[in-house]
Design a protein around this ligand. Structure first.
Ligand code: APR
Ligand code: ZN
Ligand code: ZN
Length: 361
């Protein structure tokens, strides 16, 4: 039996979001219905609402979520009703060239649930990033569910489904931060702070946080930054060099998504160092770099896609580290809000007041 629950809908471009009754079908083959416990408010939800990602309104927003599997469809064996899970953007096929080469985040055959959730009048909803978890329940592909230790607080667990995993993964998976490395992180929002926590976890010796907002720099220290640079007041490239004996950082992580910060990252790295772009640029952004500098400095310029994560490997591992007290994930939850407070949470995010607001159900 399809069920009616409440969910947060973005009805049209730039219109305020609102809570509506939505219809969640029973899970079909390969699908699962998840009772959502918590879902973080991410910039991508705001971009959906603003029409910046697609025109397929109405959207069912929310995609950084944790919950409990309520029911599963035919053929689902990896998760069962009662399992605590974190949701990921897309189920991967496991068989394509990208999957077989161990890079499933580039899988060619990803999928979400085949059936559609709807409004009560039958209007089909587009779930944000194939999830749609600002809702009491949501329908996903079973492969989007990763089972984790139920002892973890759902508000914390959900964050691994997007921004926090993107940041931690940029450091440990893409950047390959190792023990003793000097790491610089440019942009200390939720993603940059997660990169700092990831670098700390990986044993970095120095972690230099760069931002234009002193509030963010104070917070970055609580997540493991050993040095901070306000790039409004100080040239960040010179500061990073000075803090690293004149060399530059082994790994520089750009978590803003702007050409000027990427350029700073490029010049702040040591010879043969790695630059990781995790901030998402807009289509019109361009970067001009002297090719001789690219050649002469060696190393790698990389981008990090979803933290280059393997959900089934990384989510349970990071939750275990958190439960052992070795990864302060609760620091990312600035506030918890209700379903009807998402619009207000967008407002606070826009003003840079929060790392994450989390809808708790
Ligand atoms: N130099 C340094 N820091 C900057 C600059 C700049 N020129 N401009 C903005 N910042 C800082 C902001 O002060 C803020 O602390 O970058 C941070 C951005 O943080 P958030 O807005 O909270 O964004 P976040 O969720 O961390 O995402 C960062 O990563 O995944 C992507 O789409 C995401 O592009 C976005 C980026
Ligand atoms: Zn997100
Ligand atoms: Zn694949």
């Amino acid at each position: 039996m399809a069920q009616e629950v409440r969910g947060v809908i973005a009805p049209g471009k730039d219109e305020p979001v609102r809570v509506e009754t939505i219809v969640v079908p029973d899970p079909g083959p390969g699908e699962a219905v998840v009772r959502v416990q918590a879902c973080g408010v991410c910039h991508t939800d705001l971009h959906y609402k603003q029409g910046g990602i697609s025109d397929d309104f109405p959207f069912l927003l929310g995609h950084e979520a944790a919950g409990v599997v309520e029911s599963v469809g035919e053929g689902v064996t990896d998760v069962a009703p009662g399992d605590s899970v974190i949701l990921n953007w897309r189920a991967v096929c496991g068989n394509c060239r990208a999957c077989l080469r161990g890079r499933p985040w580039y899988c060619f055959n990803t999928h979400n649930a085949k059936q559609k959730m709807t409004l009560t009048d039958g209007t089909e909803l587009s779930p944000a990033l194939g999830i749609g978890a600002f809702a009491e329940k949501t329908l996903v592909a079973a492969g989007q569910c990763t089972k984790v230790d139920p002892a973890v607080s759902p508000a914390v667990a959900g964050l691994l489904g997007c921004g926090v995993m993107a940041g931690i993964g940029a450091a440990i998976n893409t950047g390959g931060v190792g023990r003793g490395d000097c790491v610089a992180v440019i942009g200390c929002g939720g993603v940059g702070d997660a990169a700092i926590a990831g670098a700390n976890l990986a044993g970095a010796a120095k972690i230099i946080a760069v931002d234009i907002d002193d509030r963010k720099l104070d917070q970055a220290r609580t997540l493991g930054a050993t040095h901070t640079v306000n790039s409004k007041a100080t040239d960040p490239v010179a500061a990073i060099r000075e803090l690293t004996g004149g060399f530059g950082a082994d790994v520089v992580i750009e978590a803003v998504g702007r050409p000027e910060t990427y350029e700073q990252a490029f010049y702040a790295r040591d010879l043969a160092g790695t630059v990781v772009l995790v901030g998402v640029p807009t289509p019109e952004m361009k970067l001009e770099l002297p090719l001789l500098d690219v050649f002469g400095r060696g190393g790698a310029l990389k981008s990090s896609w979803y933290g280059d994560c393997l959900p089934s490997r990384d989510f349970p591992m990071l939750i275990d580290l958190h439960l052992q007290g070795r990864l302060p994930l609760d620091a990312f939850v600035t506030e918890t809000v209700r379903l009807d407070e998402v619009e207000k949470a967008f407002e606070r995010m826009h003003h840079g007041d929060v790392l994450r607001s989390v809808v708790v159900l």
